[in-house]
Structures are given as C-alpha cells and as structure tokens.
Ligand binder design. Structure first.
Ligand SMILES: Nc1ncnc2c1ncn2[C@@H]1O[C@H](COP(=O)(O)OP(=O)(O)OP(=O)(O)O)[C@@H](O)[C@H]1O
Ligand SMILES: [Mg+2]
Length: 465
C-alpha cells in the first residue's frame, strides 16, 4: 500500500490535475486559430485527433506493465522487511549468501518490470510527439499556401505556427498524462478495494456496559479456512470473577477461543456473548474497555516506562503506584534505578522478558478491565518468575481470568477455579485440579506428558491432593 499510494500520488493525482491546465490552453489556442483561419484550424484539429487513438492502442499494456511493477515492488518491500526482522537468524545461521541471492532475484524483477513499464510509456509518448510534429507541419504547409495565395499575412502565419505549437504541445502532454493515468488502472482498483472495506465500528451502536454476569460461548463452530473446523460446537460459560485455565495440545484451538472473545474473528455458527450481548454487536471500544489481553510477546513503545503503562491516559498517582507495586514493576525499577520517565528504548530492549511481562501486567491493572485474557503470557519466563507473576495475577480480585497455559505447575493450577482441557477444537474435560487428577483422564495424561515424569514427584503430587 505504501508503494501504491506513492505511485498514485506521482502518477495519478498530479497528472490528473495538470490535465486541466493543458485543456485550458488547447481551448484557448483553438479559439484564436479559428479566428485567424477556419480551414487551417480544422486541418490541425483533424491531425491532432489522431493522437487521441494512442491511449486506446497502449492503454491495456500500460496498465498491466505498471501493475506487474507494483506487484514486484510490494514483494521487494516484503522481502526487505523479512530480512530486517530475521537479521539475527540470517547472521547466526550463515544465511547471508542465500538471502542475498533471493534478494537479488526480486530486485531484478523490480528492475525488469519497471523497464517494461517505462518502455511502453516511452513508445506511446514517441508516437504522440511524432503526431504533434505532424500537426505543426500541417499548419506551416497550409499557412504557406494561404500566404502565397495572398489570403493570409506573414504576421498571421507566424502567429498560426506559434499557436500550432501551443496546440500540439498540450495535446501531446494530455495524451502522455492519459497514458500515465491508464497505467495506474490496476493499482487504483486495488487501492479502491481497500477503501471499500466497511468501517465495522460505524455499523455498531450498542455499548457493552461494565460486566455483571458472564462470558458465554454457545454452540460455536469456527474455521479460518473453509471446511477446516478449528472449534467444533463449543459451549462454555466463564463466570464473573472466576479464574480459568485452558490447557491442551498445540493447535487444539486455545488461542482461537480467546480471539473469538475479543471479536477478532466471528464464528460461522453459534454465539460469543458477554452479559448476553453478542461481542460482534457491541462497539469495539466498549468491548475493549471490558476485555484485555496479555500475550507472550509484549510490545513496548519507544517511550517512558510511565507512558508504556498508562498508554496515554491520565491516572491518579495512587492508581499508578498501586499497579507498579502489584505487578512487581516497582521492585525491579528501584533496583535498576529506572526512573518512571526514563525512555525504555526500542521495544524495551534494555529489559528482560520477565520485566517486560510485569509492565504488561501493570498496563492491564491500571486499565482496571474486568476480564483479562492471558495467552501463554509466562511461557518465556523461568519457572520461579513465571510462578511469581502467576501468583500476582491469580490474586487479583474483581477480575475474570481466562489463561491459556502450557506450564502445568500444580501449585499454580490449584489456584484456578476451573481447568478446561481442549482437544481438537472441543472441550474434552473440565474441573478443578484435584478433580481432574482423580479422573486420571485427558488432563492427567497431559500433565504427565508435559515432563513431570519423575515417579517420586508424581507420588508427592498425588499425596498432596
Ligand atoms: N490465522 C490463521 N489462519 C488459518 N489457520 C489458523 C490461523 N490461526 C490458527 N490457525 C489454525 O487453527 C488451529 C488452532 O490454532 P490455535 O492458535 O488456536 O491453537 P492453540 O491451541 O493456541 O495452539 P498453541 O498451543 O500451539 O498456541 C491450528 O490448526 C492452526 O493451524
Ligand atoms: Mg496458542
């Protein structure tokens, strides 16, 4: 889009406006020519009319060559982005040669497609120049004839020749510009498609008020791609202020479930509701005021610690202080002598994973959202810090927590009101840690498959129940 918008600015908006001034010159010159000599004027108009067929001749080719160029340019941008983001891997796995080769291929493609596009434009503009010179030749020839016959003065001939230039020139320029405009057809249609995407927020008028009851999924069927169901007839209720853990093997649909609650996707069948209102019917703003998410990768803006927590809101000093304390940010900030107003650097690269995660929690705390969705938010942390952070979050009152986790730590899992085990897009089992261990079914198997295979530890765990 960035490339296409730049191309549109240069090759559509500017030429389209310049056509107006060319048109004014053409109309003016034609008027004066007719006043001097109708026959010469007519002959010149007929000759220059030939120029008008040029856009017809070249239009399609111009549009497709420019389209190919735009496509190649967008691939080049994507490759560059890929190279910059994957720079560490490229270097540490000696991918240099391979990466350069791939880059050169797409770079060559950009060069070739641009050459083809410019070649087509040059051909059509050469033909337009030729026809414009023909128009001037006609004016000189016919003008000379009328001078010899004594029907035109030398002065008028000079004027006509001059006018011929100011008629031929702008006609040629207009054709050039029409060609350039035509070359943008594919790109313009592509951009218009984006502009036609409706603004979802404008179609929603209902507000979700402060959550009073529960989050309910009712017979939800969902697929990202046709015929590949990710969630199958899933029904579940998350009661207000309770803490839920969602566990299950990779790809079982845990993150997808959270995405549906956030209305990032709509289910093909069934309903996702908060307090009996479908999340797809309320405004996004009112939904996001109620529901927050913390993920494994925390994004930190290149600004101060304080702004990274308040996210631009004005907060009472006590609220900020309390959240800093609760989340454990205060602790590390003091020991690092990190001032609240000190910049954190690009994506907080001066901080460790655990410190970033604490900032994410502080963020959620100050917003005082009644529902917190957590997606493997402690999986990049070591067990000690993960447990500390989980303990902070699980002690939060007045917050409904739905936490997707792979870390099956008994002392943490016991604090959840309910553990939900997902399998292939359905709920396989649910209950408290103790109940599920006693059942010796899906959760039990998952629990021991996750590496806690030490027999003594297993016995200790069972005894501890
Ligand atoms: N954007 C997407 N487009 C197409 N398929 C997707 C998309 N996101 C996820 N999937 C597919 O949906 C299924 C469920 O994915 P999901 O991310 O919900 O799994 P998960 O249970 O969170 O797994 P993990 O524990 O590995 O995070 C997977 O088979 C995945 O390939
Ligand atoms: Mg996931």
């Amino acid at each position: 889009m960035t490339n296409d918008i730049h191309l549109m600015d240069k090759n559509y908006i500017s030429p389209a406006l310049a056509i107006i001034s060319d048109a004014v010159i053409i109309v003016g010159s034609t008027g004066v020519l007719i006043w001097f000599n109708v026959w010469i004027a007519l002959a010149m108009i007929v000759t220059s009319a030939f120029i008008l067929i040029i856009p017809k001749l070249f239009g399609k080719k111009l549009s497709s060559t420019r389209g190919h160029y735009s496509q190649a340019l967008s691939e080049l941008t994507m490759r560059l982005k890929d190279i910059f983001l994957g720079y560490e891997i490229i270097k540490s796995y000696y991918m240099d040669k391979f990466t350069i080769k791939k880059f050169q291929l797409i770079n060559k493609e950009v060069e070739d497609t641009n050459f083809k596009a410019l070649e087509t434009i040059s051909r059509s503009s050469a033909l337009a120049s030729y026809l414009s010179i023909m128009t001037q030749a006609v004016s000189i020839g016919l003008g000379g004839y009328f001078v010899i016959k004594g029907q035109l003065s030398i002065g008028a001939l000079f004027a006509i020749v001059q006018l011929g230039e100011s008629l031929g020139e702008p006609i040629m320029m207009i054709i050039d510009k029409i060609n350039v405009l035509k070359s943008m057809t594919e790109i313009k249609n592509h951009l218009v498609e984006f502009m036609d995407i409706p603004d979802i927020e404008a179609t929603r008028h209902k507000q979700l008020s402060r959550v009073k009851e529960d989050i309910t999924l009712e017979n939800v069927n969902f697929a990202y791609e046709e015929d590949k169901n990710v969630l199958n007839d899933l029904s579940i209720t998350f009661e207000k202020n309770k803490k839920y853990a969602i566990v299950g093997s990779s790809g079982s649909g845990k993150s997808t479930l959270l995405k549906l609650i956030l209305d990032e996707y709509m289910p093909q069948e069934g309903k996702v509701m908060i307090d009996h209102q479908s999340v797809s019917e309320v405004t996004r703003q009112s939904l996001y005021e109620q529901v927050g998410i913390i993920q494994q990768n925390v994004y930190l803006f290149d600004t101060s610690l304080k702004e990274n927590i308040t996210l631009g809101r004005t907060l009472k000093a006590e609220v900020l202080e309390e959240s800093l304390k609760q989340s454990g940010v205060a602790e590390f900030a003091t020991s690092m002598q990190l001032d609240l107003d000190a910049p954190l650097g690009e994506n907080g690269n001066k901080l460790s994973g655990g410190q970033k995660q604490r900032i994410a929690i502080a963020r959620a705390l100050v917003q005082k959202k009644p529902i917190l969705l957590l997606d493997e938010y402690t999986s990049s942390l070591d067990q000690k810090i993960a447990s500390e952070i989980e303990n902070i979050v699980l002690k939060l009152e007045d917050v409904t927590i739905i936490s997707v986790t792979h870390k099956l730590l008994p002392n943490i899992l016991k604090q959840y009101d309910e553990i939900i085990v997902m399998e292939k897009g359905s709920i396989r089992e649910k209950g408290s840690f103790e109940d599920l261990m006693k059942n010796q079914s899906a959760f039990y198997n998952l629990y021991y498959a996750e590496g806690i295979t030490d027999c003594e530890e297993r016995d200790e765990n069972i005894e501890a129940m």
